[in-house]
Design a protein around this ligand. Structure first.
Ligand SMILES: C[S@@+](CC[C@H](N)C(=O)[O-])C[C@H]1O[C@@H](n2cnc3c(N)ncnc32)[C@H](O)[C@@H]1O
Length: 317
């Protein structure tokens, strides 16, 4: 994706995104209690990220940077694991929600909530054992700069857990209005979506990335993927209109997710989110693997029938 040049243009880009999330802060609070398809996908994304955090086996007191913390649920969940969390977000309304949630938790002594833009983090190099950014990169005007910033503040050997919106998501391929193949001049992996906010006024662009593009971006920052999955099917639409009742849509999502988790060809790389856990490798592995040929893509291309590790309990169907 072309990154904006000029600090004025970049500030303008970010202020549009900030205005969008200032108007939508309650949505990102409530989404963890709802049961529609989109909300379930967000909840499953969070659960999968936490299961990976557990697998990392970080010592209590290890330092975590959360970028785009939203309403603060992940920050509290991380602190409950004994981790020391810096929860950051660019939107003031999100910071307020996160501060309230943290203050009401029993782990407020482990969490600091700060306003911060991931494009220019104020932390020293090699500060954190883990950086986590769920649902943030799609909104960034300069994702390359942001990924390099997140890599910079990671300790060597530290982990990044992050998501992009998958350009090859199944639900877009099935809707002529959204399908890149049928959208004339629109470019597939750089499709810009104008999404209405709750009150219909504020809009902001979000960006799609292919899995390969994201792998290359990570590799360029010396981050190497250890696991990567696509997650989330639906909501299914035709010419932008929802075509399935909620229960049917949830059931279809669950069925497709099961196939994706089993590595079924044609499905496993088609979820709406691509979520990865990557390491800042102290060793020079880029030459060994080659740019853009991380472990996750190998997994995504597993032959039909070969199973992927299933979701941990409480995540997915
Ligand atoms: C889709 S929400 C996801 C919130 C949370 N991570 C979650 O999964 O519930 C994206 C979040 O990223 C934040 N954000 C957008 N641009 C940002 C930036 N440049 N730096 C830091 N946070 C940003 C937004 O304010 C918003 O809270």
């Amino acid at each position: 994706m072309a990154e904006s040049s000029g600090s004025a243009a970049r500030a303008d880009d970010q202020s549009v995104v900030d205005a969008y999330f200032e108007a939508r802060s309650s949505y990102w609070n409530d989404i963890y209690g709802r049961d529609d398809v989109l909300s379930l996908i967000v909840q499953q994304r969070s659960d999968l990220a936490l299961s990976w955090v557990d697998e990392l086996g970080l010592f209590p007191g290890s330092t975590v940077l959360e970028v785009g913390c939203g309403a603060g649920l992940m920050a509290v969940a991380l602190a409950r694991r004994g981790l020391r969390v810096y929860a950051t977000d660019a939107a003031t309304a999100m910071i307020d929600l996160a501060r309230t949630r943290v203050a009401e938790s029993a782990v407020s002594h482990l969490v600091e909530v700060r306003k911060s833009d991931v494009h220019a983090l104020e932390f020293e190099d090699a500060t954190f054992d883990l950086v986590i950014a769920l649902g943030v990169i799609p909104w960034l005007h300069a994702p390359r700069a942001a990924v390099h910033e997140m890599a910079r503040v990671l300790k060597p050997g530290g982990a990044l857990i992050a998501t992009v919106n998958n350009a090859s998501r199944l639900n877009y391929l099935l809707d002529p209005k959204l399908s890149p193949r049928l959208s004339g001049a629109r470019k597939f992996v750089k499709q810009v979506l104008r999404i209405r906010s709750g009150n219909g006024s504020a809009t902001a662009p979000s960006y799609l990335h292919s899995c390969e593009e994201f792998e290359q971006l990570l590799n360029s920052a010396r981050l190497f993927t250890e696991d990567g999955r696509t997650l989330g099917f639906g909501p299914f639409t035709f010419f932008g209109r929802r075509i399935l009742p909620q229960g049917v849509g949830v059931d279809l999502h669950n069925r497709l997710q099961r196939l994706a988790d089993r590595g079924v060809a044609g499905i496993t790389s088609r979820g709406s989110q691509y979520i990865v856990v990557a390491r800042k490798d102290p060793v020079h592995r880029a030459a060994e693997w080659g740019e853009g040929h991380g472990a996750a893509l190998g997994r995504l291309r597993r032959p039909e029938g070969e199973t992927l590790p299933s979701f941990p309990s409480g995540v997915g169907p």
